[in-house]
Design a protein around this ligand. Sequence first.
Ligand code: DC
Length: 218
Amino acid sequence: MLRVAIDGPGGAGKSTIAKLIADMFSLDYVDTGAMYRAIALKVSRAGLDADDEEALKQLTSSTKLDFDGSRILLDGEDVSDLIRTPEVSMWASKVSQRACVRKLVSDLSSHMAQTKSLVMDGRDIGTNVIKDAEVKVFLSASSIVRAKRRYDQLIQAGKEADLDSIREQIEERDEQDINRDLNPLTQAEDAVYLDTSDMTIDEVVEFISDLINDAEVK
Ligand code: DC
């Protein structure tokens, strides 16, 4: 089994890197953030308060999450595109603080990691979901670099963007993800820390593929 756990703050490039690594080593890729985002979408559609644990318990007990390749299905509906908005990002960061939401996603994620080799990214993969992952990486970058990357993506896609407000949102989300009580964003003791601020995508991929090759030799 080869389980590669990639954790780090929002906008550090985890999903881009994780997908490339998964392709390179013919592994499945699981984006755990997409599951929190899908639940957040359901919570906001239902008009619920993200702090109302009882209401969230009811909602999560009747929620079905599935992956169809790289698409995520929420109760059978493909919501892959709908979950990539700034609003859903903030909601996901909020609902992911709640115990019932974390349990649903953690249980599903650990189940997937028990049965197959994969690359999984998120905030608590190395510290909680796959504590015994063969390779653990903590990817980071300064908030200004992460905001600039996001800004460039939006501009390239022909959308309007404001660098300062993107940076503020990124920092607010970091604050919430790092300071929550349950499985906060933190580097696992045995994870390799990588600051990607001054690295190209190819350099990051090369660094992680070297770690994987070393782990496979052992
Ligand atoms: O990786 P992302 O930006 O799609 O994640 C959205 C939110 O979900 C993030 O702000 C915190 C939460 N999350 C989490 O708490 N644990 C994970 N393993 C993945 C995401």
